[in-house]
Design a protein. Structure first.
Length: 134
C-alpha cells in the first residue's frame, strides 16, 4: 500500500454537506461525480496531500443508503492507494482478508477499486484504489 488515498464519509445531503465541509476546511470541493454502479454521488475535498470523499445515496437500495439507515451519517471507509490492485487483492486474500468484490471495478475519481469486508479488518471498511491508466 502506498498511502491513504481518501477517507469516505456517508452523508444524507451532498449539497448541505459540501457547504459544511467547505466551512470546516476553508476551501470548496474540487470535484463532484456520480457512480451509478454504486448508487452514489460523490464530492471530493483536498486536505494537504489527502482527500475527503463525501458520499450521498442516489437510491434507497444503495450501500450508502443502507449504511446511513443502520449507522447514521459518518465515516464510511478508508481508502488506500495501491500500485497494482490485482496483486494487492491476491496478497490480501492469501493473508485471510475477505474481498467484497473478486474483480476490481470502476470507482470515482478515475480509480479501479476493491473493498475488504469490515469483519476481517477490525470493523473498518477498507477500499483499495488504483489509478486507471489513460
Amino acid at each position: 500500500m502506498l498511502q491513504i488515498e481518501h477517507i469516505g464519509i456517508a452523508v444524507k445531503n451532498l449539497e448541505n454537506s459540501n457547504l459544511l465541509f467547505q466551512q470546516l476546511l476553508g476551501k470548496p470541493h474540487y470535484k463532484v461525480e456520480s457512480v451509478e454502479s454504486e448508487g452514489v454521488n460523490t464530492s471530493f475535498f483536498m486536505v494537504g496531500n489527502n482527500k475527503v470523499e463525501l458520499l450521498e445515496a442516489t437510491n434507497p437500495d444503495s450501500p450508502i443508503a443502507k449504511f446511513i439507515d443502520k449507522r447514521g451519517e459518518g465515516m464510511h471507509h478508508i481508502a488506500f492507494a495501491v500500485k497494482d490492485i490485482r496483486s494487492e487483492m491476491d496478497r490480501l486474500e492469501k493473508e485471510g482478508f475477505k474481498l467484497l468484490n473478486k474483480e476490481p471495478k470502476p470507482g470515482a475519481d478515475n480509480k479501479l477499486v476493491c473493498f475488504l469486508h469490515p469483519k476481517t479488518t477490525n470493523g473498518v471498511l477498507i477500499e483499495l484504489c488504483q489509478e486507471i491508466p489513460e
